[in-house]
Write a protein that binds this ligand. Structure first.
Ligand code: GDP
Ligand code: IMO
Ligand code: MG
Length: 424
């Protein structure tokens, strides 16, 4: 069997957690391949809401194996908190949750560096979640990092100290920020006990063996393609490859093992943090999207910037990822809009283009077409043909433009609020 992939096609928060959780019972394993606690994946079922940061969104489905791959960066403190939440929800994760030995560790000083780096950037700050993601991936590339497999070694503390001192030396050239290093360090050291209790695996063998044995695997992306370190709106990006290619790097599977690529997009668009966002709305309509969509970050609680769906942007990320199926989420958020707009091309210095340029500046203005809204609730609708005509038309037009089938339409946060058009 090949590995299917679920990932976000915009700037994150597309509803990946919900869709992974919905699909998970068709799989034997869910594996995260990049990112870390900067992610916040929300799952809603049985009238309860759960937010996962590092743990894959398949954890609530019994008998399903969940793997945190080598491409993920792990903060033992957040990880422990997530495990406690699972215990409180009576989720038995023993023998179902595995950690790659090659996953890299986020140290308290990585978080401190993140904050100091942002302070140094001043107005042009990235708007990082301050979870230490950038500095940790830098140490990975710089070949300084500590990995999960190191925590059992005798010289672990020595190596920790060495890396910490390196960070402290860098910090002398950066603005001072408020951070209780001693306190955070104690929490970090204490949480290692929990980390040590989770089975570690040589994950590239673990995954490839499962593929060979015919197991069905779903790779769960974090962030979104427009936050990819190479192809996103650099430098306003995260520090990992969020696109399909990241699955190969972050799990150790070869490209020919990639199966379905399920790309998720909201029926509109959001972004949190700094950086360009061509269709962003600064008016009452943007405010209404934020209110109706409850657009506040699942990790930081920050208000998300809101705007209309952007077809050139989606065509770009569909191309980068090799998307074979689309999932449209949060369509219900548009229920009370008289008009729903769609950006179809960009105007840059008098020229019309459908290409995302090297840099998105204020020169770029989207061209829109307007669709009539449906002005009714979609509650309880489980079949595409039962959607209001205008909603069907909106979805069919998107599909025609994007040239990829929209196989699922999400109509609310709950696991059950979903229209499935075909079975994978
Ligand atoms: P992720 O990071 O991609 O997993 O997405 P988040 O969990 O950060 O943000 C998505 C938010 O939208 C969460 O609060 C979900 O509960 C919610 N959500 C997901 N799908 C839908 C939907 O179809 N309609 C509505 N109204 N909310 C949704
Ligand atoms: P999920 O998986 C939305 C954004 C941050 C910031 C930039 C860099 O829930 O979709 P970082 O902490 O990685 O240094 O931040 O990326 N960002 C996200 N935005 N959803 C996420 O994850 C994000 N993870 C990071 O807001 O702009
Ligand atoms: Mg999120």
């Amino acid at each position: 069997m090949n590995i299917d992939v679920i990932l976000g096609l915009q700037w994150g928060d597309e509803g990946k957690g919900k869709i992974v959780d919905y699909l998970a019972d068709r799989y034997d394993m869910v594996a995260r391949f990049q990112g870390g606690p900067n992610a916040g994946h929300t799952l809603v079922f049985d009238d309860k809401k759960y937010v996962l940061h590092t743990i894959p969104s398949g954890i609530f489905r019994k008998n399903l194996v969940n793997l945190i791959g080598n491409g993920v960066v792990i903060d033992p403190i957040t990880f422990e908190k997530e495990l406690i939440n699972l215990q409180n929800a009576s989720v038995d994760y023993s023998n179902r949750l595995f950690l790659s030995q090659k996953a890299h560790l986020i140290l308290p000083t990585h978080r401190l560096l993140d904050a100091a780096n942002e302070a140094a950037k001043g107005k042009s700050k990235i708007g990082s979640t301050l979870r230490g993601i950038g500095p940790t991936y830098m140490d990975r590339t710089g070949r300084n990092s500590l990995r999960v497999g190191d925590i059992h070694k005798d010289d672990f503390i020595e190596r920790y100290e060495k890396l910490k001192q390196k960070h402290i030396a860098i910090l002398t050239s950066l603005p001072q920020v408020d951070f209780d290093l001693k306190g955070e360090e104690k929490k970090w050291m204490d949480s290692l006990k929990t980390l040590r209790g989770i089975p570690q695996v040589n994950s590239e063998y673990f995954v490839n063996r499962a593929i060979r044995n015919g197991q069905r695997i779903l790779a769960e992306g974090a962030q979104g393609s427009m936050l990819d370190v190479d192809f996103g709106t650099y430098p306003y990006v995260t520090s990992s490859n969020t696109i399909t290619a990241g699955v190969c790097i972050g799990l150790g599977v070869s490209p020919d093992k990639i199966g379905e690529v399920i790309g998720i997009t909201k029926a509109y668009c959001t972004r949190v943090g700094g950086g360009p966002f061509p269709t962003e709305l600064f008016d009452a309509t943007g405010e209404k999207l934020r209110k109706e969509g409850h657009e506040f970050g699942a990790t930081t609680g920050r208000p998300r910037r809101c705007g209309w769906i952007d077809l050139p942007q989606l065509k770009y990320t569909i191309m980068l990822n090799g998307v074979t199926q689309l999932v449209l989420t949060k369509i219900d958020v548009l229920n009370s809009f008289d008009e729903v707009e769609v950006a179809t091309s960009y105007q840059i210095n008098g020229e019309t283009t459908e290409e995302v340029p090297y840099e998105i500046t204020d020169e770029l203005q989207p061209n829109y077409i307007s669709h009539k809204g449906w002005n009714q609730s979609l509650e309880g609708i489980k079949i595409f043909n039962q959607l209001p005509d205008t909603a069907q038309k909106y979805i069919s037009e998107l599909e025609k433009e994007l040239q990829v089938p929209i196989t699922m339409i999400s109509t609310g946060p709950d696991r059950k609020e979903l229209i499935s058009r075909t079975v994978i």
